[in-house]
Design a binder for this molecule. Structure first.
Ligand SMILES: [Fe+2]
Length: 197
């Protein structure tokens, strides 16, 4: 089955230019396109494993890389829709965050710290429904280092392409600050509420 490129309703952001978002959305579109293109090649390669086994294995590995890029960018862009919105004090997410981090807003420095890890990747806040706790982590590129099986509450892209246009190669910190300024916490609150159902 082919995946379709999603569209996002993103208004003007503070500290992240429209041009940067436009270029970033084009990169996202590439992940969807490549996932579909690799998927289309696989049946033909699988028809002759003796000849194509190694190539097929590489395609399968590449496909999960493209899938990770596709899904994580969808989570990322969605977080800007509706404009910046602060944490709601009465939300279940805030209550759970306060339990783990003493106060809901104290999760932000943890995420900022992990987001400044060098190398391309994603700072991610996961929720473990079994232990009923959050886990903050860093996924190298987009397919390594995940807390496997755990749902994602927040996905912060820190590949260089997210900030180089607006801030240059040394601008990761400024971009991370801008990300949190523009974050719509109600999107995260909905994700958390949906997991509890
Ligand atoms: Fe990206």
């Amino acid at each position: 089955m082919n995946y379709s490129e999603k569209t996002f309703d993103i208004g003007p952001l503070e500290g992240i230019s429209a041009k940067s978002i436009e270029e970033h959305l084009a990169l996202y579109a590439g992940y969807v396109k490549n996932f579909n293109a690799i998927s289309a090649l696989m049946p033909e390669y699988a028809g002759d494993l003796e000849k194509n086994g190694l190539a097929l294995a590489e395609l399968i590995r590449r496909r999960s890389f493209e899938f990770g890029g596709m899904r994580l960018h969808e989570l990322y862009f969605e977080q800007f829709e509706g404009g910046a919105q602060a944490q709601s004090e009465s939300s279940a997410l805030s209550a759970a965050l306060a339990k783990d981090y003493k106060a809901a807003e104290h999760v932000v420095p943890y995420l900022k710290a992990v987001a400044t890890t060098r190398g391309p990747g994603w700072a991610i806040l996961y929720w473990d429904p079994e232990a009923k706790q959050f886990l903050a982590g860093f996924s190298g590129e987009q397919h390594q280092g995940h807390f496997v099986t755990l749902p994602i509450i927040l996905a912060l892209d820190v590949w260089e392409h997210t900030y180089i246009l607006d801030y240059g190669a040394g601008g990761r910190g400024k971009y991370i600050d801008a990300f949190f300024k523009n974050l719509n916490w109600s999107v995260l609150e909905k994700r958390f509420a949906d997991i509890q159902k």
